[in-house]
Design a protein around this ligand. Structure first.
Ligand code: NG1
Ligand code: ZN
Length: 554
């Protein structure tokens, strides 16, 4: 079989490419929604080839720009078992998206077909979901045209969270073994597993969830209907999905994590238990006011350590032999979290580059692999061997049997495909209920080192090349030495720089003994980058001026 060139040409003409260069980055394509029409068409084409490569298995496509503002949008492809698109295919996505004429597009398509030995006679199935962004509907139509241009079939699941789309993709490809491939199937699976863990235990106070005015808000409201009020009470705040401009505006997990402050919409009082989702509900961070009235954040590191500690305790109590629990972090993990994992939990830690696909693969190496980015994106993966062991071990005492039952329920409760804010919310709640712990008690495991995350606009962020799991730069020449020199001036000083994969900026992270020092270190490094490495736009006043010897000047 060969491509239907006329059909491709006809449909491609409906989605002409603009004069923009596109890149499939850490989180797929992500930019202004208004320039994405042709990109969506090309992603539809690629999804068909990916499905054919997998002998007709279903490929997912999620149209979202996560925590970005409402005018942005993007798309990510999902592999049959619910993982992110194989990295080796990312460059094909970029090539297809940048083809400007039908001729170039056919050339790029034939290149993939030849290199990957695609059998075009295979069937191709694609499922698509989208978040609440206004541009989403039109972009799904463009993607759909791409699928049709190559003769594939597409099912539009409409509005849903990113993790729901990953869940559905996996359900469809496992003939329901992972769960029912419907929205309701997702709610039932999570709710049942949660009930199995908490029923009979003392319920905690209301959870106030900041829905970031995105798809997570209505989704959580639907999920809550499947869980009796006697075991969980949730109140969703920032649930205005009708006002597009409010999406992620002064709300959501990223706003709270980066700003280390509460979102709009909350009259926050000590004792309230709160959490924030992001715009597509794959991230969650928890937060509260302590007794002194200070805002306290329980981020992805805190979630990971809570989960790892709890699961290790259960494995031990259940006497399941040979289960290795491991934790995966990135350079953004707080130094105190890493120390706590190594010294107190005594769990092995692996570091990967930023982006959940890297963490996910590293976590698969363990029997129980806990991975979270500090920003609240993550999950816990159970290997097939571990799941089998939890089911085949019988347990003799009541304590052993109870621990086994909780482990089994956790393997259903925790999304095995991707980080999932709603599944993570229920996991944390199940642990806190099981341990009868408050947020403050959870928080007391270790104290975060003060940190600061900043961004710098530069003329070409691709001149910055990160190495060693993003902890150092190999380029531009000499910059890493300058960062090292500044770091050494601060107690517990640590700083690193990397180009963002989702925004046209370089990110600067700094940690030190006090908040003032963390801020200062970050602002010194920002100043060096801005002044010596191509800063563009207005120079933020907070950025420090540093002379050639590395001394700060007024
Ligand atoms: P970039 O823009 O590459 O820093 C951000 C997050 C990543 C990851 C992606 C995907 C930070 C510092 N960076 O990537 O961890 O979550 O978005 O959404 O949080
Ligand atoms: Zn997200």
């Amino acid at each position: 079989m060969s491509l239907n060139n006329d059909k491709i040409d006809e449909l491609f003409k409906k989605h002409p490419k603009l004069d923009v260069t596109y890149t499939y980055g850490t989180a797929g394509f992500r930019t202004k929604g208004e320039v994405l029409d042709s990109v969506m068409f090309s992603v539809g084409l690629l999804a068909v080839l990916r499905s054919q490569k997998h002998s007709g298995k279903v490929i997912g496509a999620m149209v979202t720009a996560s925590h970005n503002p409402a005018e942005d949008n993007g798309v990510k492809l999902v592999e049959p078992m619910g993982e992110m698109l194989a990295q080796s295919w990312e460059s094909y996505a970029t090539e297809l998206a940048n083809a400007g004429t039908t001729e170039e597009l056919l050339k790029a398509l034939n290149n993939v077909i030849a290199k990957e030995s695609i059998d075009l006679s295979q069937p191709a199935k694609v499922v698509v979901g989208r978040d609440t962004r206004p541009s989403g509907e039109g972009l799904v139509a463009a993607l759909s045209d791409g699928v049709k241009a190559l003769g594939g079939t597409i099912t539009d699941y409409g509005l849903m969270t990113t993790p729901q789309l990953h869940y559905i993709t996996r359900c469809l490809n496992t003939q329901g073994a992972y769960g029912e491939p419907t929205e309701e199937g997702y709610y039932k699976k999570l709710a049942e597993a949660f009930k199995r863990i908490v029923t009979g235990k003392v319920k905690q106070s209301t959870l106030y969830i900041d829905g970031a005015n995105g798809i997570g808000a209505p989704t959580l409201q639907k999920l809550a209907k499947f869980i009796p009020e006697e075991i969980l009470s949730v109140k969703v705040v920032n649930d205005d999905t009708a006002t597009a401009s409010k999406l992620n505006l002064k709300s959501g997990a990223d706003f709270v994590k980066v700003g280390q402050k509460k979102p709009d919409g909350f009259d926050l009082q000590p004792g309230m238990r709160c959490a924030s989702l992001d715009g597509d509900a794959d991230r969650i961070v928890f937060w509260y006011l302590n007794k002194e009235g200070t805002f306290k954040l329980l981020d992805g590191d805190k979630i990971a350590t809570l989960a790892a500690g709890f699961i290790m305790g259960l494995v031990k109590a259940a006497k399941v032999p040979n289960i290795q629990v491991g934790l995966v972090q990135t350079a953004y993990a707080n130094g105190s979290a890493t120390a706590y994992v190594k010294d107190t939990l005594q769990v092995p830690v692996v570091f990967t580059a930023t982006g959940v696909k890297h963490l996910h693969h590293a976590a698969e190496e363990f029997d129980v692999g806990v991975y979270f980015e500090a920003n609240g994106h993550g999950t816990v993966l159970f290997s097939p061997g571990a799941i089998k062991a939890f089911h085949s071990t019988q347990g003799t005492t009541d304590e052993e049997k109870k621990a086994l039952e909780t482990l089994r329920a956790l393997t259903d409760l925790i999304n095995q495909t991707v980080g999932d804010a709603l599944s993570d919310m229920l996991m944390v709640e199940a642990i806190l209920v099981s341990q009868q712990r408050s947020y403050a008690d959870w928080d007391s495991a270790y104290s975060d080192l003060p940190s600061r995350l900043e961004k710098v606009k530069v003329s070409n962020r691709l001149e910055f090349v990160a190495i060693k799991a993003d902890t150092e730069l190999s380029k531009p020449d000499g910059l890493q030495q300058k960062i090292n020199q500044q770091m050494s001036k601060f107690k517990n000083g640590r700083s690193f720089v990397r180009p963002s994969g989702t925004e046209d900026v370089v990110r600067v992270y700094a940690e030190a003994d006090t908040q003032a020092n963390a801020d200062l270190l970050a602002h010194i490094v920002c100043g060096i980058i801005f002044d010596y490495h191509g800063g563009v736009g207005e120079r933020p006043r907070a950025f420090q001026k540093v002379d050639k010897e590395g001394n700060t000047t007024a």
